[in-house]
Structure formats: C-alpha cells, structure tokens
Design a protein around this ligand. Structure first.
Ligand code: NBP
Length: 472
C-alpha cells in the first residue's frame, strides 16, 4: 500500500536536507539514492532528528515508486547534466500518466525545456524547480521557483508551500511559467548573486588597499551596513567572513584564502542568456568575467611582474560613499537582471510575474534582502519596467549614483580594479543618455557593409556617399 506523499531521489547535501524539511512539515517522503550507503546514513540522521517515521527508504527504484501515492510527485535532486537525463530514463518505465518529475537541481533552462517536451509527449508531468538557499535553506526553508507542467504543480503545491521559506508568513514559492521558466529565473537569481558578491568584493578591495583597513575593521563596517539600506544575507555573511580568524595561525582567515573564485556555470548562463536576448546585463557579465580573471592567478602574477604593483595611493572616498556606491551598483544590477527576465518572458511566452519573483526572493535565497522587499512593494504598485525608471528607485538612484561615480573615479585613479561597479556606472550613464554615439557606429557599418542608417524625417535604409577606396 503506497504510504508516501512524495518521493525524493538524490540524498547528497541538498536532497537530504530537503527530505528532512519535507518530513518535518508532516509529509511522508519516500527516499532513494543510487549509492545505497547514503540511504542508510540518511535514515540514521532522520532518526536522530525524530523524523524517521515519516521516511520510507527504498533501495530498489521500482519499490520506491510504488511507495508513493498517485498521482506521484518525484523530486530528483542529483548532479545537474547527464545524471538528470540518466535518472529520467531509469524512472520512465515505473511512472504512469499523470505522475510528475520535479527536477530541483541547477539545470540549464534549455535542458529543462527539452525534458518538459519529451516527458509531456509521454503523459508525464515535468517541473523544473529552482531551489535557492544552499544547505541551510533546503533544511529550513528555501526560495522555490517552479516552472513546467501546471497541472502537476497543483499536486505538489501543498508540500512545496509547506517547505518553502516564509517572509512575513508568505511562502517564498511560486509557479512562474511553462517549460524552463523556473530554472531560467533561478539562473538569473544566480547571475544577480554573482553581481552582488563581486561588488561587495570590490568595495572590500577599496577598504583594504585604498583605506588601509584590516579585515576586522572592514567586518565592523559591513556589520553596520547590515542595519541600513544594504541589509541582506550577503552583507551579513561578509561581516562574518571578514571577522573569522584562522585558529592555527591567529591570522584573519580571509587573508589566507587564495584569491581564485570558483563558478559552476549559472552566472555564465545568465550572461549568455542576456546576450542571446539582446538585453544589456553588464554588471552580471562583469561579475562573471571577474571570477574568470580571478581564476587565472599565474597570469595575474606574471602581469604584475611586468607592470609592477599598483602605484595608486590612498582612495579619496568615505565609507558612507562606499555604502552608497554599493547601493547604486545593486540597483543597476537588479535592473539588468529583471530586464533579462522581462525580455525572456516575451521571447519564450512565459509571462514571468516580476513582482512575484521579487516577493519569493525576499526570504530563503542567497540574495534575500531589504532591497527585494522594496522592489516587491514597488512592483506591487504597478511600477513595472526597468527598475531605473521605477519612481521609488529613481529617488534612491538619484541619491546614490554620485557616490558610485566618485568610487569608480577613485578606482581608476588609484588602480583598484572595479570591473562590476564601473560596468554598472557605464550602463547607467549610457541608459540615461538620450543622445548616444551609435550614430557613428551606423556610419561605420554603412561605410564598410552598406548596412544603411536612419535619419529622422527622412526614413531608414539610407546610405552615405562614402569614398570607394581609402588610402593605406
Ligand atoms: P551533487 O550535485 O553533488 O550530486 C550528488 C548526487 O547526485 C548524489 O545523490 C549522487 O548519487 C547523484 N548522482 C550523480 Br553525481 N550521478 C548520478 C547518476 N548518474 N544517477 C543517479 N544519481 C546520480 O549534490 P548537491 O550538492 O546536493 O546538489 C544537487 C543539485 O542541487 C545540483 O544540481 C546542484 O547544482 C543543486 N544545488 C546545490 C546547492 C548547494 O548549495 N549544494 C544549492 C542549490 C542548488 P551517489 O550518492 O550515488 O553518488
């Protein structure tokens, strides 16, 4: 007799915590993992936490499926990529029409689109579910971005609502559209996360090299900022990371950590999606590029030997200006990320609810912040479009962009690399410039390729009378 409300495959960090979260909320969860040792370990953990009675462990995949009540909802939380396709093929013979797979890893949204279409053709629902919040979020309440089969979303909705993070009692979970919509939104979430982290790291660089602050002093500043407009999980943990001391040496831990950042692909996918959709997302692109540059440590060491160490002196900026610069950069980065989602929504026919996305990112996820609550409130008033034109944010940006300008200028003069902050400022200056310089680009394009240009009042598709040949 089936006894489980839902099934979950993949008992590594994320899957096991998600399963414990489900059991804790009163639902019975059948669990399976390719390597059976993980099932044994998981049951022991569930027992320690008093949750074993709501766990149905099954080493045999067929028995696992039969343990779940119909129509079945089966969560897959395995490594993204080929393992997901392998798992789907193994599951298919056991599933029946009306059942659904909920794939909760960090999958590429186009893979999710493909799987959604493939399984739809077999009468099996497919939900691509973005889950943010890391290990802690999975255990106690992640932000959950759902896309895919709408009918099967309703079957799984009670469980996902129960396990999601809550912001003022509101669950941070929503259905966002068909196919890969949920995974697309999770990808852009991660792109924005890259931007937030990079801009924070750049400001830390100015504090360290331009203001001569040690990590403990910088930690205090971030702790203070967490009580202001930058209040967020990432600012909070930055304070903790900067304050940490390495026990064996007694030195600040952050100074011992190698300056090579890792990445698993979602930031790059955001930048690629933005480019494919023709939406400028320079802050996110800058953040991804900065991580890639950081990883090329030997090249940077060699280049420093060629050009010498940074010659610039003290940065002529105040801590208050750094705080405002970070706020201005954040407004630009979120404006870009949301613009990418708005365009994707049009291009892919998803109708992504931008206000809802801001709402479900207010708790549970890595970018949770006071800022997102302000965004959700602004969007709820019907203020759509580019965030830089939303009245509440216009006021914030008017107040903050002079500081961003001053910090970027200090970076240029003092030789502090500010890839992301300077990209954000250049975007802002380009975005607000009614008369740009693309008239020259169009002239050049017509010169070498007869691509044509437009003159107001005279129409498009016009051509210049260019010299047929030029010297040299
Ligand atoms: P991992 O990404 O490390 O994957 C490990 C799991 O995948 C294990 O259960 C493993 O089974 C299973 N697996 C692999 Br590998 N190949 C398999 C195959 N061919 N067939 C069946 N199972 C296979 O786990 P994770 O860190 O918990 O992350 C799970 C997903 O969640 C990933 O997509 C990740 O990107 C995403 N995510 C992670 C975080 C985070 O903070 N870690 C946050 C948000 C999202 P085994 O035990 O038999 O090897």
């Amino acid at each position: 007799m089936p006894s489980a409300d839902i099934g979950l495959i993949g008992l590594a960090v994320m899957g096991s915590n998600l399963a414990l979260n489900i059991a804790e909320k009163g639902y019975t969860v059948a669990v399976h993992n390719r390597t059976t040792g993980r099932i044994v370990e998981f049951v022991a953990t569930a027992r320690e936490q008093g949750l074993a009675e709501r766990v149905v462990p099954e080493a045999d995949l067929g028995e696992f499926i039969r343990a779940i009540r119909r129509p079945r909802s089966v969560i897959i939380m395995v490594k993204a990529g080929q393992p997901v396709d392998d798992m789907i093929e193994q599951l298919l013979p056991h599933l029946e029409p009306g059942d659904a797979i909920l794939e909760c890893g960090n999958s590429l949204y186009t893979d999710t689109d493909r799987r959604f279409a493939y399984l739809g053709g077999k009468g099996i629902g497919y939900l691509g579910v973005g889950v943010s919040g890391g290990e802690e979020g999975a255990r106690h309440g992640p932000s959950i971005m759902v896309g895919g089969s709408r009918a099967q979303w309703h079957n799984a909705e009670p469980v996902l609502t129960a396990i999601a993070a809550k912001f003022n009692g509101e669950p941070c979970v929503a259905y966002l559209g068909e196919g890969g919509a949920g995974h697309f939104v999770k990808t852009i979430h991660n792109g924005i996360e890259y931007g937030d982290m990079q801009m924070i790291a750049e400001v830390y660089g100015v504090m360290r090299d331009g203001l001569g602050m040690d990590p403990a002093a910088a930690a205090d500043v971030f702790k203070g900022w967490n009580a202001g407009p930058l209040n967020s999980y990432l600012i909070e943990i930055t304070g903790h990371v900067l304050a940490a001391v390495d026990a064996p040496t007694g030195k600040p831990l952050v100074e011992l950590i190698l300056d090579k950042a890792g990445q698993k692909g979602t930031g790059a996918w955001s930048a690629i999606a933005a480019q494919q959709l023709g939406v400028p997302a320079t802050a996110i692109e800058g953040a991804v590029a900065a991580r890639s540059l950081s990883a090329r440590k030997p090249e940077r060491v060699a280049a420093e030997a060629v050009y010498g160490k940074r010659a610039g002196g003290r940065a002529e900026v105040t801590l208050a200006e750094l705080e405002q610069a970070l706020l201005a950069g954040k407004i630009v980065s979120y404006a870009q990320g949301f613009a990418v989602m708005a365009e994707a929504s049009r291009a892919y026919g998803w109708e992504l609810p931008l206000a809802t996305i801001a709402r479900i990112w207010r708790a549970g996820c890595i970018i949770r912040s006071r800022f997102l609550d302000q965004m959700a409130a602004a969007y709820a008033k019907g203020d759509g479009g580019n965030l830089l034109l939303v009245p509440d944010f216009v006021a914030l940006m008017r107040g903050a962009h002079p500081a961003l300008r001053k910090v970027v200028a200090a970076g240029a003069a003092g030789e502090f690399p500010l890839i992301c902050l300077s990209a954000a400022l250049s975007y802002f200056d380009s975005y607000r410039q009614a008369q740009g310089t693309a008239n020259l680009i169009q002239g050049q394009r017509d010169f070498f390729g007869a691509h044509g240009f437009e003159i107001e009042g005279r129409g498009a598709g016009l051509h210049g009378t260019w010299p047929a040949t030029i010297a040299g």
